[in-house]
Design a protein. Sequence first.
Length: 263
Amino acid sequence: MRKARTVRTLASIALASALAVGGGAATTAFAAGTPSPSPSTSTPAARASVTVPSSPVKPGDAISVTVTAPAGSKDLTVSSAALGAVRLTPGGNGTTWTGTATVADVKDGGYGVALTGSAPDGAKLQATAQLTVKAGSPKPKPTPAPSTLRLSTDFGRPGDRVVITVKSSEKEAYVKSAAFAGGRVDLKGDGKGTFTGTATVAKDVKTGYYGVEAFAGGKRFDTVKFSVEAKGNPDAKPLKPLTPGEHKTPKGSVNTGQAPAHA
């Protein structure tokens, strides 16, 4: 009786051991059949961006442009119908480029800003931004000061020189007068609105009054009067003619009309 129990007990232990061993083998086979994760060989797409001011800008404003892209990117170009040429300068970290651009003279509205280029692996880079242009109320243009003419003298004799000065905001100036040699005198500007030149009273001009017309930007803006004395010196006293008795005829000569010695 005791032997039978012992045999059944040993059999139970052997069966339990077999089941335990079988279960472990099954578990091991399942684990071996499950695929283990492998490292990913794909890389995320190259990313880039372009940044411009978010607040409205006006034509003529100089704005900053910032570009971010993978280090080693090349042929980066920023373009927009609202901007002039954009020159990018690499930053110190290798992934940032900055530049400035001038807002073009365009109508109010929203304008796209496009970035293109190539990543180090050859992938194309593209990004966009929005720029808002709003001119606002135009500033009133300053009214230019009226052109002026000044002559160093309003009187002259043939051969005399007259200094002419014109002040004007125009780019060129000259004067015309029949009293001056050549008729026209071109004036030289100093770049600050003052034009000067020298006129010579014509040798064949007759006594009288002449107009001096001043032109700036091709348009006449003033005419002044200039007088010419072509005979003698008007400030000198007139000479008294000699009487026939005051004439002296030297020997051996013809009558020259020479005044007596005492005269």
